[in-house]
Every structure is written in C-alpha cells, then in structure tokens.
Design a binder for this molecule. Structure first.
Ligand code: SF4
Ligand code: SF4
Length: 402
C-alpha cells in the first residue's frame, strides 16, 4: 500500500476547528516523516450546523504521483483510518451529504482502524457501532469528546493525542518522531503537546472487531425519487400544516421526511412533565420546531427532529424540568411523553436514574462551554498525565508534565 487515507468524522461547528487541526497536523506530520500529504473538507458538509456530523479527509502518500492519483477523486470511497471525535457518532452518521444513516465504519477498509476518543468500554461501544462484513480494529484514546464553538478552540490536547495515536496505527506513513517534530514546529505546538502525543502513542488501546460483532440494526434509508419521476420546472414544496395529536387536541407539525436527526445529537433533552408549567417557551424557542404539543398542554421533544442544541433547556424557567443528557444513555428515540403517560411512577424513576447518572456536567458541547472549562480541563489533563498549577494552558498557565 502506498497511500494512507484518513477521514475525520466530527460534530459540525462544535468540532470544526479540532477536525481541521487534526487533518492539517496529519499533512505536516507526513512531511516530517518523508511522505506527501493533503487535507480537505467535504463540500456537502458546508454550511455546517451545530452537531450535524461532518467530515474532513487527509491523504498521505509515498510519492507525489500517488498523492495526485488519490486527489483525482471527489472524495475517498474507502478509508484506512476513520477518526471519530465523538463516541456518540458510533450510532451512525447522517450528514448534509447524503440521505439516511451511514454506519460509522462504512468507509473503513477490511483490516482498517476506527480510532475514537471515548471513556466507554469496547463492548459498550460495539452495541452502537453497526456490524461490518469485514474485520477491522477499534482503537480508543481514553478521553471525553472535545467540544467548543465556531470561534473558540479547546486546548485539551485532543488534536495531538490523535496524531500520536495515528503514528501507532500507521507507522509506515507517520513516524512518532515525525509527528513530534511537526507538533513542535506548528504555531500551536509546545513540548507539553509533544508529551501528550507520545503518551497517546503509548496508551492507545486496541481491539480487533470480528464480523459477528456490532449492532445488528439495518440503518434506515430512503427511496429517493428517480430522475424520470421528477416534475418539470423547479419547485420546492412547503412543509404541510400539521395535525392534532389526538381527538382534536394537541398539535404535531409536519417535518422533513428525509432528514432524521437521530445521530446529529451528542445530548438530548429529557423532560420532567410533572413539573412543566406549560409556559410554551421551549416550543417557541426551539430552532428546529421539535416540540409536539400534547393533549394535556405539555410539550414532547420529538427525537426525529431534535439536533440536541440545548436551547430548550436554557430557556425553560423551571429548574431541572428540561435536562440535557448524554446521547449514549439512550437505545431508542421513543416518545418520553408516551412513557410518562403509560406509567408516571416508572417514568419518574427512569428520569431520576437517567439524569443522575448521565447529567450534563459529564459532557458538554459548545453552548455549555463557559464555566466548566477550567474545572474539566484540569481533570482531562490529569488523565493525560499533565498537572496544571495555575491558569489556562496556552494562555497564562504554569503547568508541568508528571
Ligand atoms: S435540544 Fe431542545 S431546542 Fe434544541 S433542537 Fe432539541 S428540542 Fe429543540
Ligand atoms: S419551557 Fe419548561 S416549563 Fe415551559 S413548557 Fe417547556 S418544558 Fe414546560
């Protein structure tokens, strides 16, 4: 093999800068390793939206000719390494670039590697990751998903950890010394980051995945219209008016039937219907019109439409009435309101247990970035073998490696 093809699957906006830095770091590390490289984003993934899965690609080749040959394609159809920057993407990917759900390992070649940041066990992750009819390796960097915003970057060393891990996965293309040299020379480089890359190289955990392992679900797809079925002229039909939930009560809006947002979320809102005061604020504020109005006047967040932005939690005036919970806590997209109506006691127990174990402070995305940053960063860097003694790294911190 004379070329290494890498895709970087990330959450739109929240991880845009992170993915770009990793892709760029791969190219620079390739040059320091005596190889050729190029990185690019996918046209179909722009403009991005919060949380919607998106991809960057990087190609490393032995020769310029090999690189040019790979660049001749619009985008790679197969990848040797699939880098996944949020483990909830293990449930699959629905992006702007296609219709339906694609397994996270869809492009990964036989014998290739899915490289992920996660604190979960291999077996737990394989409950989400779809079965593949070819064996591959699942490789984990032990870290939480790194989220920030469009204009900010979170200096938690995820980018260099990924580069160090990649040197372990594909040493014939990226040497660890090449990666370290690139990190040191990049504008965001430092000896501390070089140490993080080396630790990721040493600590990478891998597990072979057999064809019998993984989530057996068949990913949903849509029958797309054929060109001969299309109407003459260009018309975009409006979304039709919705209908009452039941017996003339409540309201369920019509939604885009071809874009389900099951995998666009890294967190989802969980609602305590017992404490809801029916103020309408979540319904008015939701940018995706996710809320169905229930016959009793409460609001149920429809999981087909919710992208997990957290706006509803922010506007809800009742404390703990809406809580954003890690998507990894859920196995389905069923209606919370229906579960509450069936058995209010059981729902309450589920609610307390779910929020208690998976509360928002365990995971954070761009909107919840402020305030948690310093606290969480210390914990993350401790796990990576770094001690902060003051301030924020990259700014005014005094810190040292252990
Ligand atoms: S998190 Fe809340 S506001 Fe955001 S899309 Fe989902 S239901 Fe709407
Ligand atoms: S914002 Fe909170 S209290 Fe108001 S309707 Fe929505 S869930 Fe109920």
């Amino acid at each position: 093999m004379a070329a290494l093809i890498v895709e970087v699957v990330y959450r739109g906006i929240f991880q845009k800068n992170l993915a770009a830095r990793i892709a760029r770091g791969i190219v620079l590390s390739a040059r320091k390793s005596g190889r050729w490289g190029i990185a690019f984003g996918r046209y179909g993934d722009s403009p991005q939206r919060n949380g919607i899965p998106a991809k960057d690609f990087a190609i490393v080749a032995d020769t310029k000719e090999e690189l040019e040959q790979n660049m001749a394609r619009y985008e790679p159809k197969h990848t040797d390494v699939t880098i996944v920057l949020d483990d909830t993407l293990g449930k699959g990917v629905e992006s702007w670039a296609w219709y339906g759900l694609q397994p996270i390992n869809k492009l990964t070649v036989a014998g290739g590697t899915v490289l992920m940041t996660s604190l979960r066990s291999f077996d737990d992750l394989l409950k989400d990751i779809h079965k593949k009819d070819e064996p591959y390796t699942l490789a984990l960097i032990r870290a939480k998903a790194s989220f920030s915003g469009l204009w900010v970057y979170r200096e938690d060393h995820t980018e260099v950890r990924m580069l160090g891990a990649l040197a372990r996965v594909a040493p014939q293309f990226l040497t660890l010394d090449g990666v370290c040299e690139a990190i040191r020379e990049m504008e965001w480089g430092s000896d501390l980051k070089v140490a993080s890359a080396r630790k990721a190289f040493d600590r990478l955990e891998t597990r072979p995945v057999r064809i019998t392992e993984g989530n057996p679900e068949v990913p949903y797809s849509f029958e797309m219209p054929k060109w001969w079925e299309m109407r003459e002229g260009v018309t975009i039909p409006a979304i039709p008016v919705g209908k009452p939930k039941e017996a003339g009560k409540g309201y369920v809006p019509e939604r885009n039937p071809y874009f389900k947002k099951y995998t666009t979320r890294t967190m989802r809102p969980v609602i305590d219907f017992d404490t809801c005061v029916k103020c309408n604020l979540c319904w008015i504020s939701c940018p995706d019109s996710c809320f169905d109005v229930m016959p009793d006047g409460t609001f149920d967040a429809n999981m087909e439409a919710c992208c997990g932005c957290g706006v509803c939690e922010a506007v809800c005036p009742v404390e703990h009435c809406i809580t954003m919970v890690n998507e990894s806590a859920f196995d389905d997209n069923a209606s919370q309101w229906e579960a509450w109506r069936r058995d209010k006691g059981a729902y309450k127990t589920w609610l307390v247990d779910t929020i208690g174990n998976k509360k928002v402070t365990v995971r954070s995305h761009g909107f919840r970035f402020r305030g948690q940053y310093e606290e969480e960063l210390k914990q993350d860097l401790d796990a990576g073998g770094v001690e902060i003694t003051a301030g924020i790294p990259g700014e005014n911190a005094a810190h040292k490696t252990l």
